[in-house]
Design a protein around this ligand. Sequence first.
Ligand code: NAD
Length: 421
Amino acid sequence: MNLAQAGTESNPYLQMQRRLDKAAELLDLDKGLYAILSEPAQELTVAIPVQMDDSTLRVFTGYRVQHSIARGPAKGGIRYAPDVHLDEVRALAAWMTWKCAVVNVPFGGGKGGIICDPRRLSNGELERLTRRYTASLLDIIGPERDVPAPDMNTNEQVMAWFMDTYSMHMRATQTAIVTGKPVGLGGSKGRREATGLGVAISAREALRHVGLPATGCSVVVQGCGNVGGLGAQFLQEMGHKIVAISDIYGAAYNDNGLDMPAVLAFLAEHRSLEAFPGAERIDNSELLQLPCDVLVPAAIENQIHSANADSIQAKVIVEGANGPTTADADRILENKGVFVVPDILANAGGVTVSYFEWVQDRMGYFWEKDDVFDRMERIMVEAFAAVTAAAQHHQSSARIGAYTVAVERVAYCLQMRGIYA
Ligand code: NAD
């Protein structure tokens, strides 16, 4: 499903709101604090004129939403895609607020996006688009205000242009303005693998929590990108069997297990898994319904919804993507006894290491990869324990448990800071 389709089930902001409402009810949250948390704190829509390579002028639309700065600077990625929508950016910004609070890093939540098809833009056009967008945001961003990062279709190069544009305006190099930069330019070692490793750690904790074995489980992964591909590789290294993995075109399936290094090498060379040898070809909807111990949706939003949740056969779902499960599907999965590690916990390894990158940039002192991974693992394990304890306390799903942990922490900061009038 996508936003263009009718109905509220596909609107990520309304989906986020339903989970917030439930958590607020369980916490008996003050109505005024609820009103603050239900709306983004600030939204900016900008028109971005770009001189194209053929000398014509095009105007793109860009957004930056800051959902909350109660716990620290807004933090969240920038997405370039043709179907970027303001409600999607609002939802992603709010999820960042909750995610940063679940792992207890001192950030609020933000997100940005530009409506464009980056595959149809030259490198020069992408650079001019990024620089002008950055310039349009100057009044609201900064290492202490709002710290962007990459998201779908943006990468280290885009972050380097963003950082350079900001730095030129500030008349000084300001590496802490974005995270996800190249390691040679103030990036953190381990950031590339962080989200996938965090997903694998979350899966490990979830298997222990539900009493499944620590090795030898069957795993199905939707999405073979930064999160899904690397997450699957880490899960294989932990001794699990990856029986299927997909990209946007379809999935490779082998009941005896796929060799992840070979899958990733094949994908890097051919840009599609279509002809991956020794595997059966199935489509993305069949993939989600395969019998398995662990399902990792790591592609896009709204993949598990009211029409297919009942056919899910996994015992545990670990949400690598943001918003892969709708609120209607939550209820169906809960009734079936499927244990879901929610996105705001499962994929928080990425923002945790982004926080480390920001700390390292501000110190000007850089850590070794093992140090980064050890610190991240400690935070993920602690967050998993806090979420499952909250779920038990409220007799709720782990998702609602995670929302209660997050909402309580953000509400505490709002309350202590008070309202400046
Ligand atoms: P990516 O672009 O590296 O990989 C995305 C994968 O999903 C690719 O294999 C792509 O082919 C597949 N895909 C895309 N559209 C699809 C569709 N319609 N159906 C099936 N498969 C599709 O992206 P990523 O960085 O791995 O991010 C994946 C998800 O994880 C997104 O929801 C993102 O917001 C979220 N996330 C990413 C990070 C991070 O650090 N990269 C952190 C937290 C959350």
